[in-house]
Design a protein around this ligand. Structure first.
Ligand SMILES: NC(=O)C1=CN([C@@H]2O[C@H](COP(=O)(O)OP(=O)(O)OC[C@H]3O[C@@H](n4cnc5c(N)ncnc54)[C@H](OP(=O)(O)O)[C@@H]3O)[C@@H](O)[C@H]2O)C=CC1
Ligand SMILES: O=C1O[C@H](COP(=O)(O)O)[C@@H](O)[C@H](O)[C@H]1O
Length: 277
């Protein structure tokens, strides 16, 4: 993904890596469906991530379409304007091109009507693309309380008749062990394990992934970074903005469960284990 290579050569390296690893085919038109598209996660992380993939050539014009889905009453242009300011790091031309690939469908998370409409839009796009093995990727940018009903709706109305269907759920996965196990059982009844992807973007952060290198490949830190020299570790979480649209989710779920036991403690425990403090 580094600077000098072209989108075409990055894409071809990716395809040959997929072949070497014997991964399923990644050819054919791709529909990415962002559920909860009106929200904070979607605008700050999901759409920008898709934009970077697009700008770097990993997903390309003519083979990808992005569908935003949520209850809010928005138009296609309304969604595009909402996310435009968060899409940075590429030319205005790339940005306009990317935005034209986005469509918005409004509907609830627990009734068939909206999901039937969504399925119709996806199917029309797939037909117009004439691909033999279209791919459908559902990304749930939603609080976990609605995962079961949304997954049921996807299973009932939106499964891909010919290619693969995958579902990505973000952290937090439930709100305690019981609810996490219950959620796992509910999703497991609807999808095979290889269709389900559970992610926490904090564990993908470069610094977290590079802690070992930072310490052991660094002459400055290697002799110093241990319990003899470190008195205490303070974990500080700073956001210089307010709830910023997350009110509904915070009211129901709480900011403690949102970031403390996972992002902040997971990271610092990882840190402590790796540094024997
Ligand atoms: N914000 C972030 O950076 C990150 C968030 N997450 C996780 O993603 C999930 C969503 O977070 P975020 O986008 O910040 O939160 P939001 O409150 O912005 O929720 C996203 C969307 O979900 C819908 N929604 C909100 N609350 C409810 C509810 N109680 N019932 C049904 N629908 C609801 C709303 O859409 P509408 O009303 O239009 O249907 C809203 O726009 C959370 O679980 C969070 O922990 C994970 C990683 C990063
Ligand atoms: O998962 C979440 O993370 C963000 C903070 O992520 P960062 O990568 O910008 O540090 C947080 O704002 C959000 O509430 C939470 O759900």
């Amino acid at each position: 993904m580094s600077g000098g290579s072209s989108p075409r050569s990055r894409r071809s390296s990716f395809n040959s890596l997929s072949r070497d690893l014997e991964l399923p085919s990644e050819q054919g038109c791709l529909s990415v469906i962002v559920l909860g598209a009106s929200g904070d996660l979607a605008k700050k992380k999901t759409f920008p991530a898709l934009f970077h993939l697009f700008a770097q050539g990993f997903i390309q014009s003519g083979e990808v379409h992005i569908f935003g889905y949520a209850r809010s009453n928005l138009s296609d242009d309304g969604l595009r304007e909402r996310i435009r300011g968060y899409l940075k790091g590429a030319s205005e031309e790339h940005l306009s091109d990317f935005l034209q690939h986005i469509k918005y469908v409004s509907g609830s998370y627990d009734s068939g009507e909206g999901f039937e409409k969504l399925n119709k839009e996806i199917s029309e796009y797939e037909k117009s693309n004439k691909s033999e093995s279209p791919r459908r990727l559902f990304y749930l940018a939603l609080p976990p309380s609605v995962y079961p009903s949304v997954c049921k709706m996807i299973r009932t109305y939106c499964m891909n008749p010919s290619g693969w269907t995958r579902v990505i759920v973000e952290k937090p996965f439930g709100k305690d062990l019981d609810s996490a196990e219950e959620l796992s059982a509910q999703l497991g009844e609807l999808f095979d394990e290889n269709q389900l992807y559970r992610i926490d973007h904090y564990l993908g952060k470069e610094l977290v992934q590079n802690l070992l290198v930072l310490r052991f490949a660094n002459r400055l830190f290697l002799p110093l970074w241990n319990r003899d020299n470190i008195d205490n570790i303070q974990i500080v979480f700073r956001e210089d903005f307010g709830t910023d649209g997350r009110g509904g989710y915070f009211d129901q779920y709480g900011i403690i469960r949102d970031i403390i036991q996972n992002h902040l403690l997971q990271e610092s425990i990882l840190n402590m284990c790796q540094h024997s403090i």
